[in-house]
Design a protein. Structure first.
Length: 91
């Protein structure tokens, strides 16, 4: 009788372990099922932010080019002013 109780206890423990492993596997499958959708959403968000940054960077590069042109023009004016002050030519 005691052997039967021991065997029943062992079987109950094994059944409980199998149920636990099955539950864990079901949880992992459920989490992995949503993972591609979640990652896709995050990737789309990152791509959107990258597009905005590229647009802003393009604007900055355009303004940098405009500033470089203005600096060259100002350097020419300063050179003409320097020559006029030195008396080499009229302003």
């Amino acid at each position: 009788m005691e052997d039967t109780n021991t065997l029943t206890g062992i079987v109950a423990i094994l059944v409980a372990m199998v149920v636990g492993w099955i539950s864990l596997a079901a949880l992992i499958v459920t989490l992995n099922r949503n993972l591609p959708r979640d990652l896709s959403g995050r990737i789309d968000g990152v791509e959107g932010r990258m597009d905005k940054l590229e647009s802003r960077l393009s604007g900055v590069e355009k303004r940098q080019g405009e500033l470089a042109e203005r600096m060259v023009r100002n350097a020419g004016w300063l050179e003409g002013l320097r020559e006029a002050v030195a008396g080499r030519r009229t302003a």
